[in-house]
Design a protein around this ligand. Structure first.
Ligand SMILES: Cc1ncc(C[n+]2csc(CCOP(=O)(O)OP(=O)(O)O)c2C)c(N)n1
Ligand code: SF4
Length: 470
């Protein structure tokens, strides 16, 4: 007798359907007869049997399986539509030990995400891709997918797919097999029990390739979508056998016995090499070794041409030479000059979790619209420095420290209006816990390419120090 149990690769309760627990906490959100549940179970069983749950990172797509993170007891990342292979590349290249699973539907992988999957496969990234091909966009109501069959009626091809109008179905396993990078490529089917068992084997093969760090594995799984196809679950299986499998050949395309990629991080440079690249000049030793209790989140904003992005680069590099961790994230409009721009710089004693800043600890507002846009976001007790040469309004908040400084005028008086960003940055450093002003002084000669501008920028720092003394 076969006893069906829930594999340990799943969470004990599926809270998507029953947020409060209770009887429905054991069921998924999938329609009856859907193939996603079967594939989930095959993966969850393999994760349990191979004892890889603690290092598996499961990438769920956009599509009906968007909620896979409610089920898989693993590290979960829900990816933007089609981008799972790109996210997986980032994961595997930063975590040597991760087992990366990219789980994708045909709209996700073969339409919006075609570029990501082709290039990840071509690079031979160490990941297992499970491509659930149900020949339709299930989640959005049954529109044509790249893999829909010729003649197949869908919400957007009510009279059937036409070669002349929509082109023919894309055979992704064959496309991936045309590349040199992958180590394992197979197409399987869920139309019958034997097909499910073959899929089980292919899933395990792809995952064991991961454990052995052999490279990129791709398993295309033909899967029923009774609701999208407007069939009963039983009719769906018959249609798969009679139509889908005739079009998509079920077979093993490739199973290489040699390793195409041995380690996830092999292309990464170590921290010293990275610093060498960032600071291509003498003296790479840390200027100070500041320790921060809390991360600093600095938003530097203005219009294009005011140097807010380069101020951000200088700030991040000053932090790095001070022995801190830092990220720099630019944001700017399409105009080369005159548009809006801002740089987000996060500084921490620990590796930075996210370069995105929702609540800045400091706002350096080079113009009026920047103050309007970001004033409310600053944390209570934070710091706002306003370029009072250009910003006429006052800060409305009374729970933050505010410094009004005519940084444009100060730079202009020194004969170098473009140095207003340096004055602003120096003022920030004079009022911040870190990085040190020495850190900034040490990165200026390394990062400012025009040597004649180095001295004037260093003088502007002195000017900021005078102003700060009051
Ligand atoms: C950027 C973006 N474009 C379009 C959509 C709409 N959308 C959601 S799911 C989906 C297709 C899903 O089909 P598939 O990948 O085949 O997965 P299935 O639902 O069939 O499992 C689309 C187009 C979206 N959410 N985001
Ligand atoms: S619409 Fe199709 S793919 Fe989506 S859950 Fe229902 S049967 Fe599965």
């Amino acid at each position: 007798m076969v006893k069906h149990t829930k594999p340990k690769g799943f969470y004990d309760e599926f809270l998507r359907k029953a947020p409060e627990g209770g009887p429905a906490a054991g069921t998924t959100h999938y329609c009856p007869g859907c193939g996603h549940g079967t594939v989930h179970k095959l993966i969850a069983e393999a994760i349990e049997d191979m004892n890889i749950g603690d290092r598996t990172i499961f990438l769920s797509p956009v599509g009906c399986s968007v909620f896979a993170y409610y089920y898989m007891d693993a590290g979960n990342i829900q990816c933007a539509h089609g981008r799972a292979p790109a996210v997986g590349t980032g994961v595997i290249r930063t975590r040597d030990d991760a087992i990366v699973i990219s789980y994708q539907g045909d709209g996700d992988l073969a339409a919006i995400g075609t570029a990501e999957i082709v290039h990840a496969a071509n690079r031979g990234e160490n990941m297992a891709v499970f491509f659930v091909n149900n020949a339709i966009y299930g989640m959005t109501g049954g529109q044509l997918a790249p893999t829909s069959l010729l003649g197949q009626t869908t919400a957007t091809t009510p009279f059937g797919r036409l070669q002349e109008r929509e082109g023919g179905p894309i055979h992704m396993a064959e496309v991936i097999d045309a590349l040199d990078g992958p180590v394992f490529v197979e197409r399987t089917t869920l139309s019958n029990a034997a097909g499910v068992m073959k899929t089980r084997k292919a899933v395990r093969q792809a995952l064991s390739n991961q454990v052995e760090r052999r490279g990129f594995s791709f398993v295309e799984i033909l899967s029923p979508c009774p609701v999208g196809w407007k069939m009963t679950p039983v009719q769906s299986r018959v249609w798969m056998k009679e139509e889908m499998e005739k079009n998509f050949e079920v077979k093993k395309f490739r199973d290489r016995d040699h390793v195409t990629r041995s380690s996830g991080r092999m292309n990464l440079m170590d921290d010293d090499a990275l610093l060498e690249l960032l600071l291509p000049a003498e003296g790479k030793e840390a200027v100070s070794t500041a320790k921060l209790e809390e991360e600093l989140r600095v938003k530097i904003c203005g219009f294009g041409g005011q140097g807010v992005l380069s101020a951000g680069t200088l700030l991040a590099n000053a932090a790095i030479v001070d022995g801190l961790e830092a990220t720099w994230l630019p944001s700017y409009g399409p105009e080369m000059r005159g548009g809006t721009a801002n740089a987000s710089v996060v500084i921490s004693s620990l590796p930075v979790g996210s370069p995105v800043i929702a609540r800045p600890t400091a706002l350096l507002a080079m113009n009026g619209p920047s103050l309007d846009s970001f004033e409310d976001d600053v944390v209570s007790g934070g710091l706002i420095i306003v370029n009072s040469s250009l910003v006429k309004q006052k800060v409305k908040r009374d729970d933050v420290k505010v410094i009004y400084a005519p940084v444009s005028a100060m730079a202009s008086e020194a004969g170098f209006i473009k140095g207003a960003n340096i004055v602003m940055l120096a003022l920030y450093l004079l009022n911040a816990e870190a990085p040190s002003l020495d850190g900034l002084k040490s990165v200026i000669p390394r990062l400012i390419k025009k040597k004649e501008l180095v001295d004037v920028n260093l003088k502007l720092i002195d000017r900021a120090e005078e102003f700060n003394k009051g």
